[in-house]
Design a protein around this ligand. Sequence first.
Ligand code: CFN
Ligand code: HCA
Length: 541
Amino acid sequence: TKVVQWDPADIKEELLKKYPPKVARKRAKQIMINEATESEAPPEIVANVRTIPGIITMRGCTYAGCKGVIMGPTRDIVNITHGPIGCGFYSWLTRRNQTSPGPDGENYMTYCFSTDMQDQDIIFGGEKKLEAAIQEAYDLFHPKGICIFSTCPVGLIGDDVHAVAKKMKAKLGDCNVFGFSCEGYKGVSQSAGHHIANNQVFTHLVGENKEPRTEEYKINLLGEYNIGGDGFEIDRILKKCGITNIATFSGNSTYDQFASAQHADLSCVMCHRSINYVADMLETKYGIPWIKVNFIGAEATAKSLRKIGEYFGDKKLIDKIEAVIAEEMPEVEATAKDVRSRTEGKTAMLFVGGSRAHHYQELFNEMGMKTLSAGYEFGHRDDYEGRRVIPDIKVDADSRNIEEIEVEADPELYSPRKTEAEIKALEDAGYEFKHYDGLNPDMDKGTIIIDDLNQYEAEKLVELLKPDLFCAGIKEKFSIQKLGVPLKQLHSYDSGGPYAGFKGAINFYKEIDRLVGSKVWSYMKAPWQENPELTATFVWE
Ligand code: CFN
Ligand code: HCA
C-alpha cells in the first residue's frame, strides 16, 4: 500500500499551471476543493458552460444527448438520423443499452437509420430525401412511431424537419412522426439534447394512451436506460416487491409505455440530469409527484425501495419490500465482506456524464474505497450542489424553447446554493422544499471536484494522486491505462454489467476487486520509462 500526501490547493495549482492566464482563470472556477462547513453554503462551482476551444473535452454533443441517450433505448420507434452517416454510425448501440423485444418482437434498435446526407443535399436541401426515408421506413416496418434527429448541417442549411414530420404524419395516418431540433452545436454538451428530447416526447407522446390502468402501486421509472441490463435487474426487484412499472424513460421502453406514463401514481427519478424536465412536466400537467431514487449500490437500492414504500404508505407493500431486502441482502453482504479485505482503503476517481460520478460512489463506499476526485462532464450546478425546488414551479409543457423552463422558475428560489439558515427562513415563510443531495455534499472534505475534465487534467491528476482506479469512458480509457492505472468504463461498463440493484452490486464488487487487485498494471511501462536514454539519443553523422 502506498501513502500519497497531498494538499488539494497544491493539486489545483498544478493543474492550472500550464494554462495561459485567461484559460487558467476560467478553469479555476470549474475546479473546486470541497470544503463546505455546515453553517455556510458550499463553495460555488461553475458548470454547464462552453468548453474553451482548444481543450480536449470529455463531452459529447446535443444530438448524442437527444438521439443516443433519451430516444435511443426505445425499441419500437424507428429513429432516423438526418445527417451525414458518421453521426448515425457512432450512436449505433455503442451505449450498450439492452433490450428484450417482448412477445411482439418489435425491435429497431439493432438498425442504424440515416439519410446519409451528401454534398448535393447540403447544397440543394435534404427535405425530399428525409421524406423518402420516412416513407421507406414506414413501408418496411409499419412502426407506431418515427422520430427524426437533426445533426449540425441540418440547422446550418435550414431543413425544416418539423414541417416534414407533420406532412408525413398526416400522409401516413397511423404513424406518429415527429422531429427534434437537436443539432450537435445547439448546446454546450449532451445536456441540451436531453432537454429537447424531454420536451418533444412529452408534447407528442405522453398521454396518448387513454386506457386506464388498474394495477397496484404504479410508478414511472425516469432516467434509467438499461445500460448493461441495469433496467432488467431493477425491474426484477420492483416486480418482486409488487410494484408496477408503467413506463421506463427510456431503458427497454416502448411507444405504449411513454403513451401511458400519465397513469402512474408516482415518478421515481434515477438520473435527474437527463430526465428532470419530464418529471416536472408530469407533475405539473397530471399531478404525479416525483421522488429521487438511486439503484446504484445495494444500500441505495434498499433505501430507494423503502422510499417508494413510504410514499404509498401501505403496510402490505412495506412488508413485502422489507421481505425482499432481507432475502437479497445476505449474498450482497457476504460478497462485500469478502472483497473488502482486499479493496478497503483503495482510491478511485470518477469522471462521468451527469449522475454516475455521484451514484457510483455508493458502490465504492460499500467496498471501503475512497473517492479522491470526481466530476461531471455536463452536470448543472444542481447536480453538484443538490436541488431544492418549490413544487409549484410552472413549466410550459408545450414549449419547444429550451430556455423557457429554467427562466420561469424564480431564480432566487430555484438556486440550490442556499445555506441551511436561508432554507429554514423560507420554510418558515411557508415554502415547501423538495430536495435531494448532490455530489458535493456527499463527498469528503478536501476532495477535488472538477467540472468538464479534459485530457490534460486527467493525466495530470493521475500522475499527481496515483489512484488505484480511474472511472470514465472510452476516450479516456487507453491514455489512462498507459499511465499504469486501470480504467473502468462507467458508461458502457466495458463488457460488464448489470451493476444496478442487488445482483448488480455483487457483479460490481467482483469486477473492481479483480481490477484493483491485478498486478498487470504495475508492468505497464513504456520503453522510455525504463530506459530514459531512448528519448534523447540522436547521433548526427
Ligand atoms: S446512461 Fe446516463 S446516467 S443519462 Fe446521461 S447523465 Fe450519458 S450516456 Mo454516458 S453513461 Fe453517462 Fe449519466 Fe444520466 Fe449514460 S453519467 S454520459 S448523457 N449518462
Ligand atoms: C454519449 C454517450 C456516452 C459515451 C461514452 C463514452 C455513453 O455521451 O454520447 O465516452 O465512453 O455512455 O455511451 O456517454
